[in-house]
Ligand binder design. Structure first.
Ligand code: SAM
Length: 276
């Protein structure tokens, strides 16, 4: 068997040896290109001294890149038990640096595992649960986030929604939540053919860093306002926000009732949430 620069077998051989035929229901689109996995790991910044969470390591391509890049501690959470033998070979190769947790990342409390240590999240996320995972991490504790950076692969359209500014077609609830709590940017796009099997659409690697201080407002109120406003995205706010007070609420914060949701800044949504 041929070996790669990290001394482990090529990923295609790992997949064949462990019978890891990709399962669509688990969002399994694997990365075999070592240059690409190294680029993602490098984009995450210095990893020494960090607990790096990787969601969905699969056969371990990105996991290996993170370890080769110097991550002191990688905690990899994988729901598919078929991947565990391949991951334990990587753990043996990097003694004491890789912990594999079998389970559903939607139900696992990363903050509790990090236990106050500096933490980052780096992942080629399963697309079916990627947005919900991001929302969970963003909102886990808005005043004291457990993560200091996230470097995540999403479908490009989701990436555009995360970084969207007012006035953009992609601007909506996700962009407001992300903009309230973090600075985010799309680092680079990844074409479908980089994955096995190729997904239908282009993907993007997005980086998020928490804001030193977010605008004061309560998460549940912000969600109520953005849900109402974008639930009827094309209507004027006097109409879409009617259940929350309509014109009276808008008057309180000096926002013209004839405006539409997508024209309001994150600051204006926070002001509405505070006035609720
Ligand atoms: N990191 C690998 C790579 O880049 O080649 C695999 C990425 S693949 C897009 C997504 C991975 O997430 C799969 O290994 C899949 O089994 C796993 N996964 C899917 N749903 C999950 C969940 N709820 N919790 C943890 N892992 C999950």
């Amino acid at each position: 068997m041929a070996f790669t620069p990290d001394g482990l077998p090529p990923l295609r051989d790992v997949v064949a040896a462990h019978g890891l035929a990709p399962k669509k229901a688990l969002g399994q689109n694997f990365l075999f290109d070592l240059n690409l996995t190294a680029k993602i790991a490098r984009s995450a910044g210095p990893l020494e001294g960090f607990t790096v969470f990787e969601i969905g390591p699969g056969p371990g391509g990105l996991t290996r890149a993170l370890l080769a890049q110097g991550a002191s501690r990688v905690v990899a959470i994988e729901t598919d038990p078929r991947c565990l033998p391949a991951l334990s070979e990587i753990a043996d190769h990097y003694p004491g640096r890789l912990e594999v947790v079998e389970g559903d990342a939607l139900k696992i409390d990363l903050a509790a595992i990090a236990d106050g240590a500096p933490a980052g999240i780096v992942a080629n996320l399963p697309y079916n649960v990627g947005t919900q995972l991001l929302i969970n991490w963003l909102t886990a504790d808005p005043d004291a986030p457990f993560w200091s950076s996230m470097t995540l692969m999403f479908q490009k359209e989701v990436g555009q929604r995360i970084v969207a500014a007012p006035g953009s077609n992609h601007y909506g609830r996700l962009g407001i939540l992300a903009g309230w709590l973090a600075h985010s940017e799309i680092l680079f796009d990844v074409p479908p053919e980089a994955f096995t099997p190729p997904p239908k659409v282009t993907s993007s690697v997005v980086q998020l860093e928490p804001l030193a201080k977010h605008l004061p407002c309560q998460l549940d109120k912000l969600e109520r306002v953005t849900q109402a406003a974008f639930g009827q995205r094309r209507k004027m706010l006097r109409q879409s926000l009617k259940p929350l007070g309509g014109e009276a609420l808008l008057d309180k914060v000096g926002i013209d009732a004839s405006r539409r949701a997508e024209t309001l800044s994150v600051e204006e949504f926070c002001a509405l949430a505070r006035a609720l």
